[in-house]
Each structure stands twice: as structure tokens, then as C-alpha cells.
Design a binder for this molecule. Structure first.
Ligand SMILES: *Cc1c(COP(=O)(O)O)cnc(C)c1O
Length: 387
């Protein structure tokens, strides 16, 4: 079965993990610091905290920014649930702004409208979580302008876009956002099994994240209120166990070395899709803005199923019978039963996202997708889309 995404693990990855497994440290050893340093080097941030997963990274980002009840945080409805759930964990309220129909990232004009509308009701937006959907950086110049104009913190949920470029800069994410979060889940660009990271240039934010990652406990002499002896530690805040193990970080270090190569392979696969699928009626390919180099975490097709004799579910079933397991990214978050029930969101609230969902199909893209498997995907699409 060909799936929409898959990790690439080679012998050098295995060797790196085994080396740590044979060492004295299984958790919180030297590989943690090394991985953080390498992530800082690659992404241009001053500080990095690696954590147990990308959701924990988002949660810690919100806690570090002091979110709580009555705070409003805006995100996009076309994202993985974690972007929005992490807002709720802190007690804050998630609000959504629709995507723009061209590149499917948060619409900056609608965003500004929404912020102004809330302000007119005396409600201030505390932060924005923008998502570089599918691997395409958002309109970060406009997002930064809006954030500065209205004094709002900016988070880049960068989980889809490691290795992407914005104005030829792979270090774009931390240039524009106050905090950048990453995930190292196996379908993402690099993996540690489960894992994530929080990047920032603010030392206080980083201190807070490091504290909350491990129960709010510190042993640092300069941070302790008193000193009873070498065993002494203090719990200074209510934190979590969001640590990642040393052997996972060893895998991360090894994977990060291959990130450019992984992204190039994804781009090559995308090129083959572009060439083979561009002439099909009722089907449109992902559009890339000119200032962007896409990282292709996903290859989101839009198929006009209204024009088709078969439903989207039939199309999925036919593709499955040809050995291809497609996915949909995403069911709009506001339509999830939990969100409808607790926040009164309903169908029609974000029509562009809802229409995008009806048409969206994510086809397989990952570095080790073979030419013959990709050809099978292309042939099956051509056989099952009537044009
Ligand atoms: C994968 C992902 C996450 C969550 O990451 P986990 O490591 O699975 O917790 C958050 N946001 C987006 C956009 C993602 O794709």
C-alpha cells in the first residue's frame, strides 16, 4: 500500500541511535543539547527547546506567552487539530480566520478585518498561530506588519515547512515569528518517532519553556531562591513532562543532516506530478507563490467532485483498490463536533476552508516514493477522474 507520507530511515540513523542506547544517557543527555544547537544553526534561531512532540511545543509556546482565560488566539481552520487544541489547553479561546483560496494559508486581509472587528467590541487578540500549510510559507511580511500594528504575538506552526524558503531564506520562520514550533512525527520532513521543538530569539521565553518542559523544576543556581545543598531543586511553576529522550535526539541530529536532500527529493516528486497532472480538467494543482520555495510536506490536489460522476468517497475507494491510501488535509477544525458544541461554530462560518475541504485530496509524497509507485499514483488518478 502506498501511503500519503512516510519516514526515511537509513543505516546512519540506526547507528546514531544505537550509539546512544549503549551510552550512559537515555534521556536528557548530551544529544539533547547537540540537537538543539543543530536546530538553531539550521533555522537561525538563538534558542531552541526540543520536546516530546509538536503539540507539546505549541502548548509550551502558549504558556510561555502567558495565555489564559479571556485571551483570544487566532488560527486557521485548515490545520491539524493540535494548532487549535493547544490554545484551549491554556484556557484561551480559539478563533479562526478563513484561508485564502490561492495558497490555502491564513488570509491576511480577512485577518486584519477580524482583528479590527474584535477591537471594536473591546476584545484584543493576544496571538496568531499561522501555519505554513503543506510546506508553503504564509505571507509573513504582511503577518508581521499586522502583529506589530496591533501588538499581537506571532507563532509560526512550522510543522509542514522545514526546509522551505521565503525570499530565498531557509531561516525565514524565526525572522518573522516570535516563536516557531516544529514536529518530528514520522510523516513530517525529519523524524524522531515522536518529537518537536520550540524556537525563539527571546531568552526569557526560552527559559520559561525549558522550565515548563520538565515540571516547572529548576536546579540552576542562578534561579534558585535558596540553596539547601547539592540535592536541592525548586518547582517554581506548574509544568509538564514534555521531555524527549537522548536516543530520539540522536535520530534527530542524523535526520537533520539529510533535510535538504529530503526536501529536494520531495520537490522532484512534485515536479513529476506537475508535469503529469497539469492538463486534467476539473483538477487543480498546488499553486506556489513566486517568493516561496515549497517544502511539499503535502501535495494537496483540488478536484471538483461536483463535476464528477463519482463522489470523493468513491474516488478514495477506487484509489485504495489500486493500492493507494490517500488522505485529506484537513477537515476544517471549526466543524469538529467538539468545536461546534463548545464554541458554537457551524457550517458556513468559513466557506473557503469548507469548500477547500470538499475538494482536497493529498496524494503520496515522501523522499523514498519510487518512480514506479509514483507512476501508479498518476495512472490511477487519470483513470479515476473523468475529464
Ligand atoms: C504534525 C502537526 C502538529 C503536531 O505535531 P505532533 O508532533 O504530531 O504533536 C501540529 N501542527 C501541525 C500543522 C502539524 O502538521
Amino acid at each position: 500500500m502506498i501511503s500519503y507520507g512516510k519516514q526515511s530511515i537509513d543505516q546512519s540513523d540506526l547507528d546514531s541511535v544505537i550509539e546512544v542506547l549503549k551510552s550512559d544517557w537515555l534521556t536528557q543527555g548530551p544529544a539533547v543539547d547537540k540537537f538543539e544547537e543543530e536546530l538553531n544553526n539550521y533555522f537561525g534561531s538563538s534558542y531552541c527547546s526540543v520536546v516530546s512532540n509538536g503539540t507539546a511545543a505549541l502548548h509550551l509556546a502558549g504558556l510561555a506567552l502567558g495565555w489564559g482565560p479571556d485571551d483570544i488566539i487566532i488560527t486557521t481552520p485548515i490545520t491539524f487539530l493540535a494548532s487549535s487544541n493547544s490554545i484551549i489547553y491554556t484556557g484561551a479561546r480559539p478563533e479562526f480566520v478563513d484561508i485564502n483560496p490561492k495558497d490555502f494559508t491564513i488570509d491576511v486581509d480577512l485577518l486584519e478585518e477580524k482583528i479590527k472587528k474584535l477591537l471594536s467590541k473591546n476584545k484584543k487578540v493576544k496571538a496568531i498561530i499561522a501555519v505554513d500549510f503543506a510546506g508553503q510559507p504564509c505571507n509573513w511580511i504582511a503577518l508581521r506588519e499586522i502583529a506589530d500594528k496591533f501588538d499581537i504575538k506571532l507563532i509560526n506552526d512550522n510543522c509542514h515547512a522545514l526546509g522551505a524558503s521565503y525570499f530565498d531564506d531557509k531561516k525565514y520562520a524565526i525572522k518573522y515569528a516570535d516563536i516557531v514550533t516544529q514536529s518530528f512525527h514520522p510523516v513530517k520532513h525529519i523524524t524522531t518517532g515522536e518529537g518537536g521543538a520550540v524556537l525563539t530569539n527571546h531568552s526569557e521565553t526560552n527559559d520559561k519553556i525549558k522550565l515548563l518542559r520538565t515540571h516547572g523544576i529548576t536546579k540552576s543556581n542562578d534561579k534558585l531562591g535558596k540553596y539547601d545543598g547539592p540535592w536541592y531543586y525548586e518547582m517554581q511553576d506548574l509544568g509538564y513532562n514534555y521531555r524527549i529522550t537522548d536516543f530520539q535526539c540522536a535520530l534527530g541530529i542524523s535526520q537533520l543532516k539529510k533535510l535538504d536532500n529530503f526536501v529536494n527529493k520531495r520537490r522532484d516528486i512534485a515536479d513529476v506530478y506537475h508535469r503529469n497532472l497539469s492538463e486534467i480538467d476539473h483538477l487543480s494543482l498546488p499553486f506556489t507563490r513566486s517568493e516561496v520555495k515549497h517544502a511539499y510536506h503535502l501535495y494537496p490536489l483540488q478536484i471538483d467532485f461536483n463535476s464528477q460522476p463519482n463522489s470523493k468517497a468513491d474516488f478514495f475507494e477506487k484509489m485504495y483498490q489500486s493500492g493507494i491510501n490517500l488522505q485529506v488535509h484537513y477537515i476544517p477544525v471549526h466543524l469538529q463536533p467538539y468545536y461546534q458544541k463548545n464554541y458554537s461554530y457551524k457550517h458556513g462560518d468559513f466557506p473557503i476552508a469548507e469548500n477547500f475541504y470538499l475538494n482536497e485530496v493529498s496524494i503520496p509524497i515522501y523522499p523514498n516514493l519510487s518512480e514506479s509507485d509514483q507512476q501508479r499514483v498518476i495512472d490511477s488518478i487519470k483513470n479515476n477522474v473523468k475529464f
